[in-house]
Structure formats: structure tokens, C-alpha cells
Design a protein. Structure first.
Length: 40
């Protein structure tokens, strides 16, 4: 089972976390920031 939580979303960026739960009860949590690349 996995869950994605977006904590802050704007027109040019997003941040949040991804939690993956293993069958053995363990879990892996990754945080992320997604930024829109500036136009060149």
C-alpha cells in the first residue's frame, strides 16, 4: 500500500511526501519538491 500527500501546491511548484508500507509492517517515507523549470 502506498500514499502520496501534497502539502503545498502552487502554479509553479509542489511539495509533499510519499509513504510506502511493506507487508512486514515496515515503511519507507520519501519527501519531495517539484519545481517548474524556468523558461530559457
Amino acid at each position: 500500500m502506498a500514499a502520496v500527500t501534497l502539502e503545498d501546491v502552487t502554479a509553479s511548484a509542489a511539495e509533499g511526501r510519499f509513504v510506502y508500507r511493506c507487508e512486514d509492517g515496515g515503511q519507507l517515507t520519501c519527501t519531495f519538491d517539484v519545481l517548474e523549470a524556468p523558461e530559457e
